[in-house]
Design a protein around this ligand. Structure first.
Ligand code: HEC
Length: 146
């Protein structure tokens, strides 16, 4: 009857024989309604698979490095505490993607980040302490010590 894989092994359930109080019996389910249900089932599966893929891939490349002992060590010359680095990372992920995608922390060097962040700070409306926390985080996260 139908070539839809979602329809395989399934039959439209017979309508409940009990009439709903006050509602006229709608009669047997029409063919169009049945086809529509099956199509929705198939489309639903594809859409949920796509949404899952999107979430997984975004989670992977949008997440800048978390505060690790190595990053805390990198921030030592700047006298930035672990707490300030956490604040800086939180501000970075929440405030620096209002206008564009989050830049990768390794896109610029520790020497380049301060002036870039101060150039963006006016636009992002950041206070001086927000700014220095973001700079401390980006400077420390932008390189790996060897
Ligand atoms: C109000 C909008 C806005 C906000 C908020 C914002 N930016 Fe930008 N950003 C821009 C625009 C517009 C450009 C492109 C033009 C330019 O480079 O000036 C840009 C460009 C950049 C670039 C590219 C420069 C390059 O050569 O790679 C970097 C890096 C960057 N922003 C970092 C940041 C960081 C870090 C923050 C958070 C502190 C931030 N942005 C917040 C608007 C914004």
């Amino acid at each position: 009857m139908s070539a839809d894989p979602c329809a395989r092994g399934r039959r439209p359930r017979p309508l409940s024989p009990k009439p709903v109080a006050g509602v006229a019996d709608p009669g047997p389910r029409s063919l169009t309604a049945t086809t529509f249900t099956h199509r929705t089932c198939w489309v639903g599966r594809v859409v949920s698979a796509m949404i899952t893929l999107l979430i997984v891939s975004c989670a992977n490349f949008a997440s800048p490095p978390a505060i690790t002992p190595a990053i805390i060590e990198n921030a030592r010359p700047d006298h930035a505490s672990a707490k300030e680095l956490v604040t800086g990372r939180n501000l970075f992920v929440s405030r620096c993607l209002e206008c564009h995608t989050l830049p990768s922390v390794t896109k610029h060097s520790p020497d380049e980040w301060p002036h870039l962040v101060s150039r963006m700070s006016g636009r992002a409306n950041l206070s001086a302490s927000d700014q220095s926390a973001i700079i401390a985080y980006l400077r420390a996260a932008s390189f790996v010590r060897h």
